[in-house]
Design a protein around this ligand. Structure first.
Ligand SMILES: [Zn+2]
Length: 373
């Protein structure tokens, strides 16, 4: 049976189950399409292609009715929100709600939803140079394995990796029948300019492990968290400090910038939306390597492990003063600096509408219909 299109009985079952309201969420799959970027091509003098995420939606009961369109943010978070709804129903506010136990969840859910193609194995293995992998089972067995690098010493990193690979299983396995291997950098690049499949797996993992409605209750949108505050969330969700910081940056109203560097140069950086809107960001794409300041924390020999903070004058990191918090304890092979800037009044803040979080957005929609827009 074609795993995407299915046979007649498969579609009849789907239609019956969707009508009964018991299934709605697995009839879409993601793939990458190369789309020519004429503007950049003209600027650079040769054809340039962007990798754009598409979603193909197959309507149950009508195999000729196929919607094929660009994927949007809501699509990408849909799987994680479906699982979040299930976990909220199962655990409520009880002590077992967090952290999400990804291994058992991946096995149980995939066996229930995809009995012909489930996750059958979750374990640590030797994966030099990689953080994790989604592997197809050997030919005489069915299903998929989620493997993490057992040499990684941080439990939080491992848990995030499991969720990231589970995301690849749900979103990408049909497009990558031989599986996917993921580097440490793949886990921490959450920006859309990075590879689409990795960014989608990270968004899935972040949404599953750290629902925004819960995170906002731990650290308010206007609070200026200490390293211990973010560390408390990293413990609650069983993720690395880096992952918890990236998630916090997605909703905070503060002006803060995260910078990852190696050997004195910025690898990449991510600003909160308020920092970005007010010009506090580092441009690292398509420019020569950007050096970090001589007096920044990663450049200090005694800061090679543990946590530290420093207050910097204007024109050290940015044209304005900042407070640097160094997050070196995740044991990545790059240094991580969080820069807190002062709030500045910004005209957008006055007219700003309260933001709906992704979870609210999803539950407000009619299940099943949002794929087909
Ligand atoms: Zn990956």
């Amino acid at each position: 049976m074609d795993p995407i299109l299915g046979d007649a009985a498969y579609w009849q079952n789907l239609a019956a189950e969707q009508e009964a309201g018991t299934r709605d969420d697995y009839i879409a799959y993601f793939y990458a399409r190369a789309v020519q970027n004429k503007q950049r091509g003209e600027a650079e003098g040769w054809p340039v292609f962007d990798e754009v995420a598409y979603v193909r939606v197959l309507v149950p009961g009508d195999r000729n009715n196929v919607v094929d369109r660009k994927a949007d943010e809501a699509d990408r978070e849909r799987w994680a929100n479906t699982l979040t709804t299930l976990l909220n129903r199962a655990y409520g506010d009880g002590p077992d709600r967090f952290p999400v136990k990804v291994g058992p969840l991946a096995k149980d859910y995939s066996h229930q939803r995809f009995p012909d193609d489930p996750v059958t194995l979750v374990r640590g293995d030797s994966l030099p140079g990689f953080e994790g992998a989604l592997c197809r089972a050997p030919s005489h067995r069915r299903g998929w394995g989620i493997v993490y690098n057992k040499a990684v010493g941080s439990q939080g990193r491992i848990n995030f990796t499991l969720a990231h690979e589970f995301g690849h299983y749900l979103l990408h396995r049909r497009d990558h029948p031989d599986g996917i291997k993921c580097s440490p950098q793949d886990m921490v690049r959450w920006d859309s300019e990075y590879r689409q499949t990795e960014q989608q797996a990270n968004m899935f993992a972040a949404t599953l492990l750290m629902p925004l409605d819960d995170f906002r209750c731990q650290i308010g949108p206007r609070a200026k968290p200490t390293l211990d505050d973010i560390g408390g969330c990293a413990d609650r969700y069983d993720v690395s400090l880096t992952a918890a910081t990236l998630r916090w940056l997605e909703y905070t109203k503060r002006r803060s910038v995260l910078v990852l560097s190696r050997d004195g140069f910025i690898l990449w950086s991510r600003s909160s939306s308020h920092a970005l809107k007010t010009g506090a960001f580092f441009r690292t794409a398509n420019v020569p390597p950007v050096a970090i300041p001589e007096i920044s924390l990663p450049m200090k020999p005694d800061c090679s492990s543990g946590k530290a903070t420093a207050a910097h004058d204007a024109d050290v990191w940015l044209p304005e003063p900042c407070e640097e918090v160094s997050l070196i304890s995740d044991r990545y092979d790059f240094a991580i600096s969080l820069l807190h800037l002062d709030d500045v009044p910004h005209r957008d803040e006055i007219a700003e509408e309260p933001e709906e979080d992704a979870y609210d957005c999803m539950t407000n929609r009619t299940l099943g219909s949002s794929w087909l827009k």
